[in-house]
Design a protein around this ligand. Structure first.
Ligand SMILES: Cc1ncc(COP(=O)(O)O)c(C=O)c1O
Length: 398
């Protein structure tokens, strides 16, 4: 709908509309999240009375533990409702320092931490910080859809390096080396990875560190690893920016709280960008996050144990019905499944499965060209719902 306004007296002419559309044509390559598109359709069907099982979203189905909400409520009552230091309140940043020391045995100063409204704006900030316009950032094909879009938005050129199911969705450092040019300014990795749930090996992390190029390491799922050891990029190099957030492990997606940990050399400029971009994350949300990080371990571990039960269940059930994922998703809450009929496009297939069975899943193409032929199944749903969903999917494919 176009704006209408008495003062202007008339609606826009078609020519004016074309001109206005042209002003945003440089952003034509920015894509929407297909998971959201699937959700919108699923929701419509649900409203029309269909029984839908949602396996499309990367969002814990558990409610935020009440201890975290209580901390926010108390903070609001204490009038902690104003701007904070752009890097966040000292006690939240101290909690992050404490967490990384406990979990990864790495030490850094709270002045190296910057809190923001979710990990998402920090992906943009980190790319803007390290990659001058017209330069390159290496990302993987497949990866979290935002990386490509936010790199473009930051004026950077994302260069995709393939990761394949044949390699268990592991990074191939030789391919990364081949993709490096004189314009490369950063490599962006994510472990455990969305959409595969795979973890970058210790060896690959060390090799990445040895490339001598700044690494942006998205560690938002690092508390959700069910097999094997867990490392931060900070275990291997200081030449990195770590991104993390409270959406996943702490079940706080809607709270919008994330943080980045960076080399002291970048703090000054990162702070300036963040001041301009966000001013600060909300004070009372940071108080909830601080409680979550310092006191939430018992509650959050229970959720992680539940995710692991579902993971084992879904892998077994998929294997039983001839849909073996053919790799081991050891983290996050996703299985990236190569479906039998490869002549179908993943988007069309996701829509067809949704319409015929009421099971909503994300088409693999959402994660890059290498995701074609796959669907992402999120097991952030109850065992009962997962069980029912697999029964419906089995019937669909049989
Ligand atoms: C890999 C990855 N990074 C970042 C985010 C966004 O996190 P936040 O909710 O903190 O913005 C997501 C959300 O799905 C994700 O999968």
């Amino acid at each position: 709908m176009n704006f209408e306004n008495k003062e202007r007296g008339q609606k826009q002419l078609p020519q004016q509309i074309i001109m206005i559309n042209n002003t945003v044509s440089h952003l034509k390559n920015i894509s929407s999240f297909l998971a959201m598109d699937i959700f919108a359709k699923a929701e419509k069907m649900e409203k029309a009375g269909r029984d839908i099982i949602h396996l499309e979203f990367g969002e814990p189905d558990f409610p935020t533990p009440s201890m975290f909400s209580d901390a926010a409520i108390q903070a609001i009552k204490d009038f902690q409702t104003k701007y904070t230091h752009t890097q966040g309140i000292e006690s939240f940043r101290d909690a992050v320092v404490d967490k990384y020391l406990r979990k990864f045995s790495v030490k850094f100063a709270s002045s190296q931490v910057l809190a923001s409204s979710g990990c998402s704006p920090l992906i943009f900030l980190a790319i803007s910080l390290l990659v001058p316009s017209g330069h390159e950032i290496i990302i993987t094909d497949i990866c979290y859809p935002c990386y490509d879009n936010l790199a473009i938005l930051a004026g950077a050129n994302p260069v995709r390096v393939k990761i394949c199911i044949e390699d268990g969705f592991q990074l191939d450092i030789n391919k990364i080396k081949k993709a490096i040019t004189s314009k490369t300014r950063a490599v962006l990795i994510n472990s455990p990875m969305n959409p595969t749930g795979t973890v970058v090996s210790k060896k690959s992390m060390r090799e990445l560190a040895n490339l001598g190029i700044p690494i942006i390491s998205d560690e938002i799922y690092s508390d959700l690893i069910y097999e094997g050891d867990t490392y931060s990029m900070l275990n291997f190099t200081d030449n990195c920016i770590v991104l993390n957030g409270l959406s996943k492990y702490y079940a706080m997606t809607g709270w919008r709280l994330g943080y980045m940990i960076m080399n002291p050399a970048w703090v000054n400029i990162a702070t300036k960008i963040h001041q301009n971009l966000m001013i600060s994350a909300a004070h009372f949300i940071q108080k909830a996050g601080e409680t979550a990080i310092l006191k939430g371990e018992t509650e959050c571990k229970k959720m992680a144990i539940e995710f692991n039960k579902r993971r084992k269940f879904i892998i077994n059930r998929l294997k039983e019905c001839g849909l073996d994922p053919k790799y081991n998703p050891v983290g996050a809450f996703y299985v990236f499944l190569k479906y039998p009929d490869q002549s179908k496009k993943s988007f069309d297939l996701s829509i067809d499965i949704l319409e015929k069975t009421g099971v909503a899943m994300t088409p693999g193409i959402d994660f890059g060209p290498g995701g074609e032929g796959f669907i992402r199944i999120s097991y952030a749903n109850s065992l009962e719902n997962i069980d029912e969903a697999i029964k419906r999917i089995e019937k669909y494919f049989s």
